[in-house]
Design a protein around this ligand. Sequence first.
Ligand code: GLU
Length: 429
Amino acid sequence: MILEATRPGTNHENGPEFNPWLAAEARFNQAATLLGMDDGLQKVLRTPTMEITVHIPIQLDDGRLEVFTGYRVQHSLARGPAKGGIRFAPDVSIDEVRALASWMTWKCAVVNIPFGGGKGGVICDPALLSQNELERITRRYTAELIDFIGPERDVPAPDMNTNEQTMAWIMDTYSMHKRTTVTAVVTGKPLNLGGSRGRPAATGRGCLFVTLQALRKFGIAPADAKVVVQGMGNVGGNAARLMAEAGLKIISVIEYDGALYNANGIDTVAVQKFRAETGSIVGFPRAEPIDKHQAMYLPCDVFVPAARENVIHSANAHLLNAKIICEGANGPTTAAADKVLEEKGIFVIPDILANAGGVTVSYFEWVQDRQGYFWNEQLVNERLEEIMVNSFQDVVQYGEKHKVHNRTAAYMLALDRVAFAIKLRGIYA
Ligand code: GLU
């Protein structure tokens, strides 16, 4: 039997604990206070530079007119152009986009790449829209934002329910308006339109690199590591595949409609093939079905939440049995759950570090587009590994030095870097 309180998102989902902007604020406040940052600078750092709302009229395939609402938040431009994905989902809200934009600022600062942070979202349900309708939404959204994006200004990328094709449409729309092809306006593009080798798997690969570092700290050999992965999308699917290739044992995979368990390790590539053919992981023959909530609480060395926000919260954090949590998703842990995980002694690799592999290779893509010279995949992966390993060491050492947990250390490091940029630039008046 599963206690209602242990089901992610069923007890107080609409309460303040689940508001991502309040979660972002809580982490920000804690780090800023520990840094002894003055109030004025805190105000500058926490307030987004620009928040744009657009209402997009679209003719649906059946001839009806519909209006969709979209956002783009540029949280910070202090260290470089805004950078961050665009998501399409029915529950997108300005608070969520604002929180995600601020996380991009801190994420880019943690891995020390020369970008600020931004995020976009369109309130729509892609499952109910045709490719043509999605194309029209994407193009009109891009056209509305034409004066606010650009290689030097704000560089979007894929996020939930957007992909290479979406980026190709954005790149084309922007280029048509500018009367010249501008590949560096977005990242996560198809390879033959200025995309980077290694970009599709980069977030999952980054998760692997930091997980290997954490296992090393625990003295656990990769071959002995048992892993539970939640989410088999771009991040979780690639993390699971690459971790299995590196010798780690994936004992459970969790999807929104079910979960699988195999103590001897799951062939995640076969699971992905099965899912592509049947539409679900449920019924995969070479693993046992297991309750998707209980799977999160299996004893394991590494738990990789790589699906959605707020899956670890104050009512279920005490049930986790992992030594290490590698946050593949953005915001999988509520701020209230942080304390519980700390008390349990779980080593958390926070989202702004753990999933920074994607934006890091986006940075490589932007550099390659601007150079017009493309790297081979080995070089991309080597440079990604260097950045992820160094950033992991920076965060862990900062935490040890200042006696704070990893998430707080990552925020302190990031805030300090952005604050330093603002101080150097000064306030223009
Ligand atoms: N959407 C991804 C993230 O949340 C990638 C952003 C990017 O590459 O700009 O990190």
